[in-house]
Structure formats: structure tokens, C-alpha cells
Design a protein around this ligand. Structure first.
Ligand SMILES: [Zn+2]
Length: 360
């Protein structure tokens, strides 16, 4: 059953989301954030429930474009389940926060901005890169054609030298210097970021307790999920999430989890965006392949994308690096997909139950 929720491209996935949302009684709002070949690309917000409720749950897919096929499948499954289930909390689903990335099989948006490094609220912080990233830049973002370069041997040598947690942190924590590089957080708040901030601030004015899930993939054990909570969250919030989800919860630290400390992450930004509410937020991160395989796929696709863009090529989606990127973020394996949908639904239902039950 879960397999039917995975769709082959952005447009089909969007259509399915809108149909499912309407069927379950949600109202839709689309906000244009970019354009492609005359087509407006929008973030689609679906909302239901009493606007005056002081509790809300927010479920987000496609912050990292291509990863949206996973989050979207979960949203479709959850919407089916919710069709017959009332709630005292307000429900908001955000489909494809980065629609351009999902449509073009990229993590970043049309300006190469990694939205999950973009939620920064002081302009001067959109600058610089970790020293280690600067040193690794020519390895991470090579300019050449890519043949005969021994990616694996070079990567393993770097890991042996720096250690895996340090490497992961340096590479993936976020950088604001190399505009064509991976994990580039931008120079200012992106249109997609501004769209979700404005929508949530408008719709959740009265909310005092907000649960939020941002679905990602590509980190962790194949088929497993980790609920990553910002390491700077207050202890009581972490405790409440641990009580509900047990050891699926992990703090976003390179030493203690599959993750790292990110700058400008969306779930880290939510308490600032909704500053009058208590926010219980996590990234639901699904493991796929090894960190090196995922990094290699990102690096190859990023290189291909910028080369094709400079050359004005139109058929960028047909390149093998796109297929490889899709596979490392949304494996075709049916068992993996089935499990993801089940775990995605259980996280949503668990958080909704928690939000309804916590005393304010
Ligand atoms: Zn992601």
C-alpha cells in the first residue's frame, strides 16, 4: 500500500498531494517561490482544524528538493489516515518547500541555496565557511570533468586524517562562501524560507504549542529513522520527545548521532519564527546508503549541474548523476519505501498525540 504514495516527478506528486488534502478536508494555499520555463513553482500549504486552537502540528516535505519524494509519500499516507480522524490541534502540511529542487532533482534551490542552512536571522551571519571546508573545497566542488580522480581513496584518506565526525561537521554544517558549492546557505533569506515564515507566523498567531516534523533522507542506517532534535533545545523539550519516541530521538551532534550541528536549519529556526509558542520540533532523517556514497552522489550531481548550466544545456535531468542522486535520497527498493511510510506515519501520529496531550 505504501508504495503507491511514491511518485515519479514533482508535478505528479504535487497533484496527488492536493487531491489527498482536499479529500481530507484541508484548505490549500500556493505561494510562488520561483519559475521555470514560464511555469510558476509554488510551495503548497494545506491547513485544517480550528484556527483559534492553541495547539498545532506542522509537517514539512522537500526542504531539500529531491528528498521531497520521501516526505511527500509520508504526507499522502498521513492524509489518508487523517480523513476520518478529528483533531483539536490545527494541522498544517507544507508540500515541497523547495519545489524547484524537487522538480529538477537537486537538494538546493535555483540559486544553489541549501534551504536547511538558510534560516538565519542576522544578516551578518550569511558569511564565511569553516576552515576545514575551505581546505576541502577543491575536493568537494571540483571544476574538472571528473574522470579518474579516485573519489573513494581521497575521501577515505581525508577521513583517516580528520576523523569521520569532524569531516561530517566541516563538510555538512553549512557554508556561506562558495556559491556553487554543496551545503551553501545563501546570502540572505531565500524566497522559500520567507514563504514558510510568513505563512506560519500568520496562521499560528494563536498557537502556544507547536509540533513540527521536517522530513529528510540520506543520513543514518539504511531504512532506519532518527528524530534529530536541535542540540540547543531546552532539556524539558528534549525530555518530552524522548518520553514519547524513546531512543529514536537523538541530539544533532556529530559525536552522538548520525548528524552534525547545522547553521540555519529550519527546525532550529522555528522557535524564533514562532516566538510566542513552545515548539517541539525535529528532523525525521531516514538512512539510505553510506555517508561516502551519498557525498559522492551530491558532489557528482552538483558538478554536473553547474557545468550543464554554464553550457546552457536543457537535458540536465537525463544525466546519470541525477538518477544517482535520486537513488541515494529515495531508494527504489520497495522494502525501504514501505518502511519509510510506516515510520513516517508513526512519527506524525505520535507527535500529534503528544501535542494534544501536553499540559500548557
Ligand atoms: Zn535533507
Amino acid at each position: 500500500m505504501g508504495l503507491a504514495y511514491f511518485h515519479a516527478d514533482f508535478d505528479v506528486s504535487r497533484h496527488a498531494f492536493q487531491q489527498a488534502a482536499i479529500k481530507s478536508g484541508f484548505a490549500l494555499t500556493e505561494v510562488e517561490v520561483s519559475q521555470q520555463a514560464g511555469q510558476a513553482l509554488t510551495v503548497c500549504f494545506a491547513e485544517a482544524g480550528d484556527p483559534s486552537s492553541d495547539r498545532a502540528i506542522v509537517h514539512i516535505s522537500g526542504t531539500h528538493g529531491v528528498e521531497g519524494f520521501v516526505g511527500s509519500a509520508i504526507q499522502l499516507a498521513v492524509l489518508d489516515k487523517l480523513a476520518s480522524k478529528g483533531s483539536s490541534a490545527r494541522r498544517i502540511f507544507v508540500h515541497a518547500l523547495n519545489p524547484w529542487g524537487m522538480k529538477n532533482l537537486r537538494k538546493a534551490n535555483a540559486e544553489n541555496v541549501d534551504l536547511n542552512r538558510n534560516f538565519i536571522f542576522s544578516p551578518q551571519k550569511f558569511a564565511g565557511a569553516p576552515e576545514a571546508y575551505k581546505k576541502l573545497n577543491s575536493f568537494l566542488n571540483p571544476k574538472g570533468s571528473g574522470c579518474c580522480e579516485f573519489f573513494l581513496a581521497r575521501a577515505l584518506a581525508l577521513i583517516a586524517w580528520h576523523g569521520m565526525p569532524a569531516m561530517r561537521q566541516a563538510v555538512a554544517g553549512g557554508q556561506y562562501e562558495f556559491e556553487e558549492g554543496i551545503f551553501f546557505g545563501g546570502r540572505q533569506l531565500a524566497a522559500e524560507s520567507r514563504a514558510i515564515i510568513a505563512f506560519l507566523q500568520e496562521k499560528l498567531k494563536r498557537a502556544r504549542l507547536v509540533g513540527a516534523i521536517d522530513v529528510h533522507s540520506g543520513l543514518g542506517q539504511y531504512g532506519d529513522d532518527t528524530l534529530l532534535v536541535d542540540a540547543a533545545s531546552n532539556a524539558a523539550d528534549v525530555e518530552v520527545l524522548r518520553e514519547r519516541f524513546k531512543d529514536r530521538v537523538s541530539l544533532s551532534l556529530p559525536e552522538s548521532s548520525v548528524a552534525y550541528v547545522t547553521s540555519g536549519g529550519l527546525t532550529e529556526g522555528l522557535p524564533k519564527i514562532l516566538d510566542r509558542a513552545r515548539v517541539l520540533a525535529f528532523v525525521q532523517e531516514f538512512g539510505t546508503y553510506s555517508a561516502l556514497k551519498v557525498l559522492q552522489a551530491m558532489r557528482d550531481e552538483n558538478r554536473w549541474h553547474h557545468r550543464a548550466r554554464r553550457a546552457g544545456q536543457q537535458l540536465a535531468l537525463r544525466h546519470s548523476s541525477k538518477a544517482q542522486l535520486l537513488e541515494v535520497f529515495c531508494p527504489a527498493d520497495q522494502e525501504w519505501r514501505q518502511k519509510v511510510v510506516e515510520r513516517g506515519c508513526s512519527a506524525y501520529m505520535g507527535l500529534e498525540g503528544l501535542i494534544q496531550g501536553v499540559k500548557l
